[in-house]
Design a protein around this ligand. Sequence first.
Ligand code: ZN
Length: 657
Amino acid sequence: MKSLWNDADAAACKGDDLALRVYTSRLLGASEDLVMHGGGNTSVKGVTTDFFGNEVEVLYVKGSGWDLKTIEKPGFPAIRLRETRQLAELDELSDTDMTLQLRALMLDPSGPSPSVEAILHAIMPHRFIDHTHTDAIITLTNNPRGEQIIGELFPDCLALPYIMPGFILSRQVNDALKNVDLAQYKGIILMHHGVFTFSDDAREAYENMLELVSRAEDYIARNGVAQHPTAERSVDLAELARIRRAVSEERGSAQLAILDRSPDAQGYAAREDIAAIACRGPITPDHVIRTKRIPVIIDATPAAGVPEVAAYAADYRAYFERNGSDELTILDQAPRFAIWRNSGSIAFGSSVKECNIVSDIARHTRWAVQTGESLGGWQALPEKDIFDLEYWVLEQAKLGKAGTPKAHQGKIALVTGANSGIGLATCEALGKDGATVVGLDIDPGVEAALAALGATGIVCDLTDDDAVQAAVEHTVALYGGLDIIVCNAGMFKAGERIEAQTRDTWDRTLAINLTATQRFMTAAIPYLKLGVGPSILIVGSRNYCAPGPGAAAYSVSKAGITQLARVAALELAADGVRVNVVHPDAVFDTALWTQEALASSAARYNMTVEEYKTKNLLGKEIRSSDVGRLLSALASDTFGATTGAQIPVDGGSDRVI
Ligand code: ZN
């Protein structure tokens, strides 16, 4: 491991230990091999003044909810050092009392709660304390010869057997420190858990951590198998969607399924011994709240319904029975990641962020497991220890309060004509309601427009069948399935009476508005049938119900897709796919309308533009966002019993009513 210490950056923190603490914490956080997703914690001791102006010795320790990679000064709440040390002298301290007392010792009670390892940081005498759950060292401890290897490789470290984190771990270390002088050690290695380094000098604490980790890495390079197997295979996307649905059903809510099909992930998933090695437990118990204890192993071609997922849930219930007590409530029984034989590793979650965390942990875990195997055998902690951490209140608190899930949380939506107007507003509405959104548009601006919403834009000509098929498959490959499609793309050209109808307008309007919609539906339907609460939404037009002169091609195309939707509703009901149409009118904040077109239309009615915009029964201007929100609602459970419906969104029209 290379030190990222930079004298110039460090000099900027001169005389400010907390700034220096932020600096080296971020250096630790910059390496995934040291710290992942909120893992690890650091602290610095100092003196500050309290509200009354009295000097107090304090511990600035990482607060919950902060990540070392991005931590700032407010991420280190100050707690009274002397009293925190006193806590370690107690015979007993419940989790509730520990949390309350640590909060009570904060100088600013509005800050984040101090790390559950705060007491441990307090009892170490040094100013700077660094703690990581680094893969390389923990992998050596997760081994039948773990104690021996650690003893030989780290004679300059104090190695302590695994004990549950929190107060009892602080007690264990506190007792150990009474008999040893920490000054003779470079670090403390907690078996199956992590490493502490310490110094009065920020750089030394940080670089000692790197030195210890490098030593473990060198040992692995000398004694382990350097290369892990790799493979490159194509993946059956329909199978992926099937797996996703089975896991979503088990979880009771839609889940994204992000497949890691990297050569490394596929090589691992193709190992003959995968079931035997992958299900022994996590690298460190800290991972259990993100990944559960073990993944589900899924057959290369799973049977209908993916019975592995139900079997996983049954095994989980048995694990709870073996280790739980009456006071505990069982958590959901769905896996958080799968090893899909030959195809790779799948991370499940309600958001891309959640999946990425799981995916990162899965990647590090397969490295650790395979490395462990090549060093004499991967051996995780006994399941009881993992269980205790999984059901530890203080760990569950790290996941935060769930709150009410959004209507489309975990769902995947694909919207056409997404660069502007109704399409863009629909992407926004679906995203606000929790969906992971992909938008298609022929305009290259779609990439930036959707990125601004936190969604994915793909440039796609909807009249190119291959491009449409590829876009649908790309969406499934990205997120594991497809639940909602919005057929919105369209063109509008008015002012051509039938007797003067140009061939170009007619052909292009039907090709884009009607035929492309059918092709898009044809490509998406096989995946929608495997979706969660699937829905097809069609953007029709008031022109279908109440046509006007001069827009035959447009009106016919919208009548055509309305009829297409009605047939689709009949065909797809048995598969649970709902199909509904909205008929907007006079939505002027779209790309179809220029200021010029608006002015000339208003003039035709002898109206001002303002009057023209609100010429409906409610006297209300209709915006793209009104249509977007209606579409998102139509895809939600609120309309779960509605299919084949046509809903106007036009402010009320006497011609339609
Ligand atoms: Zn730890």
